[in-house]
Design a protein around this ligand. Structure first.
Ligand code: FSX
Ligand code: F3S
Length: 365
């Protein structure tokens, strides 16, 4: 399996990440490596329905050098429409053989929501509806893992007005699922979940909403590692979002808040609709101006104005809330910026003439 020493080392390091994610001691790393490469692993059938394939993309691009290449082998994936070599009827035959030979035993990973309106006609693969494929295959699985918020709860395909009647797997076909959520979900959580199954012969403990507690048991906010100003003033959903992005880290590197974007709660039931709109034009206008030193205030809409002003003076003007341009003009007026001569711009824009990072003319109005 391991083509060279580097990929083996990377694999063992990855097993260390699994141990940490599951809250296991590092002494378990050899056992995890053994479980993930043993002959007794159940085959995995990976189905794609209504989605963006970001869940697979995140998986394929998420890990250290060499590991991504072998993870599909490690998981014993026998059918995956996006990456498999076989195609057409041959691929479908392989899938159906796996299902028939391992009924009650194979693990079904589902990516994407299932369109159900008008008998599922809005989602077709190889002349069959996704609904029909799901109804045929999923009930025969030993376990079904709904990977991503779309498969778990409907996600983006189910956003209003949802003309296709897209639903999560459980709602669409009435089968209990293990939900590993996020848009995309963290790949480490999927591998850790299956590892837990291989080690204990049972799936890890789940919350009432079907999500494993090891990765969805507490909110991001409860142990947020934000390296700069907290973004609660910018509608950060971290306090209501149960996920481990901030400890698992995407690409072993970063996560939304660390990249200075507020959490939008992509792993929660009801995402997208319940969390939208994600941006308020007024906040974002202020955010782009003040981001380097933004200090959110209790009153979210006034954000950092109160650093200089006694009260949220911009709050009073209702049109500022919906028209960022008008707000920007008012900001310029309030701060005595002379646009014709570029005077004063550098007070807020360090890249403007006279500013600390100035490199040329500044034409913004
Ligand atoms: Fe959904 Fe996955 Fe978001 Fe995309 O397949 S959870 S839209 S990242 O890709 O299903
Ligand atoms: Fe919490 Fe978001 Fe701030 S997760 S600590 S509200 S950046």
């Amino acid at each position: 399996m391991f083509s060279n020493e580097i990929s083996r080392r990377a694999f063992l390091k990855y097993c260390g990440g699994i141990a940490a994610t599951l809250g296991l001691s590092s002494t378990m790393i050899p056992r995890i490596a053994e479980a993930l490469t043993s002959d007794g692993r159940p085959p995995v059938v990976w189905l794609h329905f209504a989605e963006c394939t970001g869940c697979s993309e995140a998986f394929l691009r998420s890990t250290g050098p060499g590991v991504a290449d072998i993870l599909f082998d490690v998981l014993n994936v026998t059918y995956h429409e996006t990456i498999q070599v076989a195609c057409g009827e041959k691929a479908e035959h392989n899938r159906d053989q796996t299902v028939a030979n391992h009924a009650g035993e194979f693990i079904c990973i589902v990516e994407g929501a299932i369109p159900t309106a008008d008998n599922g006609v809005y989602g077709m693969i190889g002349g069959r509806t996704m609904l029909d494929i799901a109804q045929t295959i999923i009930p025969q699985a030993g376990y079904t893992i709904a990977l991503g918020t779309c498969a778990a709860y409907g996600g983006l395909p189910a956003a209003a007005p949802n003309p296709t009647g897209a639903m999560g797997v459980k709602d669409a076909i009435g089968v209990n699922t293990i939900n590993i959520t996020g848009c995309p979900p963290h790949p480490l959580n999927l591998v850790s979940c299956i590892t837990s199954y291989l080690l204990n012969n049972q799936m890890p403990p789940l919350r009432a909403d079907g999500r494993p507690t090891f990765c969805h048991g507490s909110t991001i906010h409860s142990s947020c590692t934000v390296p700069h100003a907290c973004m609660q003033g910018y509608n950060c959903k971290g306090p209501n979002t149960y996920n481990n992005c901030h400890t698992a880290l995407y690409n072993q590197e970063s996560w939304c808040v660390q990249a200075e974007h507020q959490c939008i709660g992509c792993s929660e039931p009801g995402f997208w609709d319940t969390n939208a709109p994600f941006y308020n034009p007024m906040w974002m206008s202020m955010f782009s101006t003040y981001r380097p030193t933004a200090v959110p205030h209790e009153d979210q809409k006034t954000a950092s104005c109160t650093r200089c002003h006694g009260s949220g003076i911009f709050e009073e003007e209702e049109s500022y809330q919906t028209d960022p341009r008008k707000f920007q003009q008012a900001m310029h007026h309030e701060h005595n910026v002379r646009l014709s001569t570029n005077q004063g711009c550098a007070n807020c824009h360090p890249e403007a003439p006279g500013g600390t990072t100035s490199g040329g003319s500044y034409d913004d109005d």
